[in-house]
Design a protein around this ligand. Structure first.
Ligand code: LIP
Length: 257
């Protein structure tokens, strides 16, 4: 029972947060704040969306911990922790591109229990519970059955610091000739959901945060994807390769070189 109610809460929070952020965007994003670099921006919409979701979690799950992108950091004693990205794809949000989402997940010591990613522009709600499968707007989803890397459409992303982006592009150069093509969507959570529903065949990236991947990685795994770190170990926000099973080892071998 617990996992179902936690899943329903993730879904409700992601949807409410995403709708709040979309309304905020319509009113105008206001002054930009800056975080790790001149291109790592934050808006008042990020902050107010996070405040809204955090206040609901604190009210409904007062003993749980919370870790959120814009600073909410509450230590609870229930053994459960919420990972929250109020607006993943912030650059897209600022520029008015539709590929941004609100990502909410709850985890225990073994990993994510439930997660939801809501995309207001598409009115698409991706969700999953551990062992319960993954859905898009309530309908079951699964990753692709692609078997050859040369036929695979690969999503990836780049960091906010120029030296890191340059290193990431070098890695991309090492595999671009072995795949169908790449897609750079701008939101890790959405890229992972796209693996889950077959809109891309794989996603990899490094130097993320837990809130970027906690929901999307669960959704992709529950949709049948294989998920590991670059070195084949357990997935972390430090680096991850999440792919259709038929190509995961081929892609990981190129990335790990
Ligand atoms: C984004 C990630 C994306 C990455 C961007 C950025 P944000 O998170 O979702 O995968 O490539 O550089 O980190 O900053 O939009 O929440």
């Amino acid at each position: 029972m617990r996992d179902t109610s936690l899943l329903q809460l993730c879904i409700s929070l992601a949807r409410q947060g995403g709708e709040h952020a979309a309304r905020c965007r319509e009113r105008g994003i206001g002054d930009l704040g800056y975080k790790s670099s001149a291109t790592d921006v934050v808006t008042e919409c990020d902050r107010s969306t996070e405040t809204l979701i955090v206040s609901r979690i604190r009210a409904e799950r007062p003993d749980d911990s919370i870790l959120a992108e814009e600073g909410a950091d509450h230590l609870g004693n229930s053994g459960l922790i919420w990972h929250l990205d109020p607006i993943d794809g912030t650059t897209n949000f600022v520029y008015g591109w539709p590929a941004w989402c609100t990502s909410v997940a709850v985890a225990d010591a073994q990993g994510s229990i439930a997660g939801a990613v809501y995309v207001p522009a598409a009115q698409e709600l991706f969700s999953a519970s551990r062992g319960g499968g993954a859905t898009l707007n309530g309908l079951a989803i699964s990753c692709n059955s692609v078997k050859h890397l040369s036929q695979a459409l690969i999503a990836t992303g780049f960091g906010y610091a120029a030296p890191r982006r340059e290193a990431q592009v070098q890695r991309l150069c090492s595999l671009i000739g072995s795949i169908r093509d790449i897609r750079r969507g701008g939101s890790a959570a959405l890229d992972l959901c796209y693996v889950a529903c077959g809109r891309v065949d794989a996603y990899y990236e490094d130097n993320l945060n837990s809130w970027d991947i906690a929901a999307g990685d669960l959704i992709a795994r529950e949709a049948g994807a294989t998920s590991t770190a670059f070195d084949g170990g357990p997935t972390t926000a430090a680096d991850l390769v999440v792919a259709a099973p038929g190509i995961h080892s081929q892609l990981r071998a190129l990335i790990a070189d």
